[in-house]
Design a protein around this ligand. Structure first.
Ligand code: NAP
Ligand code: ZN
Ligand code: ZN
Length: 352
C-alpha cells in the first residue's frame, strides 16, 4: 500500500512530502489511518542522525493515534473504526525472557522500532507515524480510552509511557518526593503522572518562565537548576528523580538533591554523553543511577487506562506536517509547550 509521508532524505535536509510503501496486510496486522502523531525529541535526534544510527530515507514518528481501517484475518481484538495507538515498538522476538514476561522493550534480540527498524516481514525499513497510514501487528497496538481528547493522547504513546514505566517499576507512591528534570514532552508528562499517583513533585528547569505552568501541571516546587542557591534549598530531599533532558549536563547537583538511598533515573538520551558524576557521594549515601527505555505494551495500556480514569492528556501545540521544521527548531531551544502534535488530516501532501 502506497501512502504519503514526511520523509527525511539526509541529516542536513528538511523533511519533505513523499510516498512510502507499507507492507501488505498480514493475518495479524491492522491498517491504521493516522489522525495525530506527536513530535518526540527522538524524531529530531533521528532525522538529524544525532545518534549515528539513522538510515535514509527515514520517516519519523512513534506517538501515533489513529483509526483502524482494515484488519487481517487473525485479528481478534480490534475492529475497523476502533481508535488505537502505536508507540515506539512494532515487533519483538516474542520468545526471549523479557518478551515472555511482557517487557518487549528489553527484548534480547532488540525490539523492532516503529521507524528506522527492520521489518520482520519485508526485511525493509519500518516507516513511522509522520504518514497517512501505518500497518502494525495487533500485539503492538493499544486501545485508546473513549473519553480522551485524541490529539493530546498521541504523546502518551512515547513520552507518557517512558516516564510511567520507571515511576511504576520503582514503585512511586502517594507521598513520595519525586524530582523531574526538564519541562519538555517527557518532563511535563512526568509531572502530570507522578502528581496523579499522589507524589509530591519538584521540577528542575533551565527555563524559569516555565515555572507557573509547571505548578499548573501539578508540581509543588520549581527549582531553576542553574541557580546554586535554589539547588541548595532542596538538598537531600527527594526519593527519586526522572531526568528527561535531551542534552548532556552535570549530574552531580541532581544527585545532591536525593535522600540517602535515592535514585536518579535517566530517560533523556543526549547525542553526547554526560560527564561521569562523582561516585563518592553515591557510595556514602547509597545512591543509584538507572536508565529506563520506553515501556512495555502492557504498561502502555495500563498508562492509557490510568489517563482515561484521571482524564490526563498531554498539553500540546497542534501543527500540520508542513510545520515540523519550525517545531524542531523550537525544540532545540527548549521552547516547547509541551508537545508538538501533527494533525495528519490538516497536512498538505505533494501531488506526485
Ligand atoms: P523535549 O520536549 O525537547 O524536552 C527536553 C527538555 O530538556 C527541554 O524542554 C528543556 O527543559 C530541557 N533542556 C535543558 N537543556 C537542554 C538543551 N540544551 N537542549 C534541549 N533540551 C534541554 O524532549 P523530549 O521529547 O521530552 O525528549 C527528552 C529526551 O528523552 C530526548 O533525548 C529523547 O530522545 C529522550 N527519549 C528517551 C526515551 C527513552 O525510552 N528513554 C523515550 C523518548 C525520548 P527546560 O526548559 O525545563 O530546562
Ligand atoms: Zn519518543
Ligand atoms: Zn524478545
Amino acid at each position: 500500500m502506497k501512502v504519503k509521508a514526511l520523509v527525511a532524505h539526509e541529516a542536513t535536509q528538511p523533511l519533505v512530502s513523499g510516498n512510502i510503501t507499507l507492507r501488505p496486510l498480514q493475518k495479524q496486522d491492522v491498517n491504521i489511518e493516522i489522525l495525530y502523531c506527536g513530535v518526540c525529541h527522538s524524531d529530531l535526534h533521528m532525522a538529524r542522525n544525532e545518534w549515528g544510527v539513522s538510515r535514509y530515507p527515514l520517516v519519523p514518528g512513534h506517538e501515533i493515534v489513529g483509526r483502524v481501517v482494515a484488519t487481517g484475518s487473525n485479528v481478534d481484538r480490534l475492529r475497523p473504526g476502533d481508535i488505537v495507538g502505536v508507540g515506539v515498538m512494532v515487533d519483538s522476538c516474542r520468545e526471549c525472557h523479557f518478551c515472555q514476561q511482557q517487557e518487549e522493550q528489553y527484548c534480547e534480540a532488540g525490539f523492532t522500532a516503529t521507524y528506522n527498524g527492520i521489518d520482520k516481514v519485508t526485511g525493509e525499513s519500518t516507516w513511522g507515524g509522520y504518514a497517512q497510514n501505518v500497518i502494525v501487528d495487533q500485539h503492538f497496538v493499544v486501545k485508546v480510552p473513549q473519553n480522551l481528547h485524541l490529539a493530546g493522547v498521541a504523546p502518551l504513546l512515547c513520552a507518557g509511557v517512558t516516564v510511567w514505566s520507571p515511576l511504576r517499576h520503582f514503585n512511586v507512591k502517594a507521598g513520595d518526593r519525586v524530582g523531574v528534570v526538564g519541562l519538555g514532552g517527557l518532563g511535563h508528562m512526568a509531572v502530570k503522572l507522578a502528581s496523579a499517583l499522589g507524589a509530591e513533585v519538584t521540577l528542575f528547569t533551565t527555563s524559569p518562565e516555565k515555572g507557573a505552568d509547571a505548578k499548573k501541571l501539578g508540581a509543588k516546587r520549581v527549582v531553576v537548576s542553574r541557580d546554586a542557591a535554589q539547588m541548595a534549598e532542596v538538598q537531600s530531599s527527594l526519593d527519586i528523580i526522572i531526568d528527561c533532558v535531551a542534552a548532556p549536563h552535570d549530574l552531580n547537583p541532581l544527585l545532591a538533591t536525593l535522600k540517602t538511598n535515592g535514585r536518579l533515573v535517566l530517560v533523556g538520551i543526549p547525542d553526547s554523553p554526560h560527564l561521569s558524576p562523582d561516585i563518592t557521594p553515591m557510595v556514602f549515601r547509597r545512591l543509584s543511577i538507572s536508565g529506563s527505555s520506553i515501556g512495555s505494551i502492557k504498561e502502555t495500556q495500563e498508562m492509557l487506562d490510568f489517563c482515561g480514569t484521571h482524564n490526563i492528556t498531554a498539553d500540546i501545540e497542534l501543527i500540520t506536517g508542513n510545520e515540523v521544521e519550525q517545531a524542531f527548531s523550537r525544540m532545540l531551544k527548549g521552547d516547547v509547550r509541551y508537545r508538538f502534535v501533527i494533525d495528519m488530516q490538516g497536512t498538505r501532501w505533494s501531488a506526485s
